[in-house]
Design a protein around this ligand. Structure first.
Ligand SMILES: *Cc1c(COP(=O)(O)O)cnc(C)c1O
Length: 375
């Protein structure tokens, strides 16, 4: 059996290696390392793939969130609602811009932001909602957009984990994750579903005015060279990363499909194991399985993790601590019963495009062995 990895980028890249090597060498030979055709072509190709009007590439997924919130011109003290169960970047950027992150609890089945909790969190200072499409499926964007419309709030979708996921509206139409709200953001961190070989990110919008502003903000607020109309930042995707992403983008559907196949195999192998709850699929979204996150209900999650690690099976906890219990974002005024519980019982199993059946069978056999010995 091949060694099991949490994310196997080496094998994924090996299959494209000659193309990747050539494109990197081409960029090196061109000496256009910043901006240039590779970046603009990647932006156009990704916009076409996601069926969104504008894609603005930037330096990483955290910057993408920052640029998005800067473009909305929120004022210090304005409140932005987001999930308590997410990667820190989401809340970090809100706080960094001197806005107030208002954290809300999640649905314990889908792990997505709970819309009832969103409504309860809306107050006179609320200006925006940042839903996170956690682990690879969309939260209920139709319901969320209705709430946003009613209360005149902006919506910025954090799509770092769900690029290419489809959201299904009740009228039968569908849209890609990140293209439904005012702005969507994503990350091309190497282990994300579409990863480059360093840092990278992008912003999506169908709004021409916001697109223009986002481009300016990403480039020192510049309207033309050396004319700065807005306070901006320097956030760009390198040409080499754009060129790599242009090679990988045509494989995105296949990458999603491979993850979905691996998820279906886990589901099947684990279906008779009462100690493990497999990830619940939303009826409103496809699932692109950035992570395959189970709930460990039949034993101690930490003990299972240690056991699997001892059997050379990597696995990880996303996320061990709710944001409201992090020192930087402490909020003990409210309780978050679902987030609290999830942080104790979730476990992410190896998930990537290169898993094979033998590896998955071994992983599940060891999980079952452990749970049997514990009970
Ligand atoms: C990865 C991630 C980010 C940040 O992306 P970087 O490119 O690492 O800055 C933001 N939000 C979520 C939900 C993520 O998973």
């Amino acid at each position: 059996m091949r060694p099991i990895e949490m994310v196997d980028l080496k094998s994924q890249h090996n299959r494209l290696q000659p193309h990747l090597n050539n494109t990197i060498l081409d960029v090196v030979a061109s000496s256009v390392y910043i901006k240039g055709a590779e970046v603009s072509m990647f932006e156009e190709e990704l916009a076409a793939k996601l069926d969104v009007k504008h894609v603005i590439a930037c330096a990483n997924g955290t910057d993408a969130l920052q640029l998005a919130l800067m473009a909305l011109e929120l004022k210090p003290g304005d409140e932005v609602i987001t999930s308590n169960f997410t990667y820190v970047a989401t809340a970090e950027i809100i706080a960094l811009l001197q806005l107030k992150p208002v954290l809300v609890d999640v649905d314990p089945e889908t792990f997505e932001i709970d819309l009832n909790e969103v409504v309860k969190a809306i107050g006179p200072k609320t200006k925006a909602i940042v839903p996170v499409h956690l682990f690879g499926q969309c939260c209920n964007m139709e319901g969320l957009m209705q709430i946003a419309k009613e209360h005149k709030l902006y919506v910025v979708e954090d799509t770092a984990q769900a690029i290419n996921a489809d959201f299904y509206f009740t009228n039968g139409s569908s849209m890609k994750a990140g293209t439904i709200g005012d702005i969507g953001t994503t990350s091309f961190f190497p282990s994300k579903n579409l990863g480059c070989m360093g840092d990278g990110g992008a912003i999506f919008t169908n709004n021409d005015e916001l697109a223009l502003k986002l481009r300016m903000i990403a480039n020192h607020g510049q309207s033309k060279q050396y004319y700065h109309d807005l306070v901006g930042v320097n956030s760009r995707l390198d040409s080499i990363q754009a060129a790599i992403l242009r090679i990988k983008l045509p494989h995105l559907d296949e990458y999603c499909q491979k993850r979905q196949e691996a998820a279906a195999i886990y589901d099947d192998l684990l279906k008779d194991e009462p100690g493990i709850v497999c990830p619940v699929r939303s009826t409103k979204s496809s699932h692109v399985f950035h992570q395959y996150v189970v709930k460990v209900v039949g034993a101690s999650r930490d003990a299972l993790k240690a056991f699997l690690n001892s059997k050379s099976i990597p696995c990880n906890i996303y996320y061990p601590v709710p944001l409201n219990k992090q020192k930087a974002y402490l909020d003990e005024s409210r309780t978050f019963k679902h987030t609290d519980k999830l942080c104790e019982i979730v476990l992410a199993l190896p998930m990537h495009t290169e898993l094979d059946l033998e590896q998955q069978k071994y992983i599940v056999t060891e999980i079952k062995k452990f749970l049997k010995d514990e009970n």
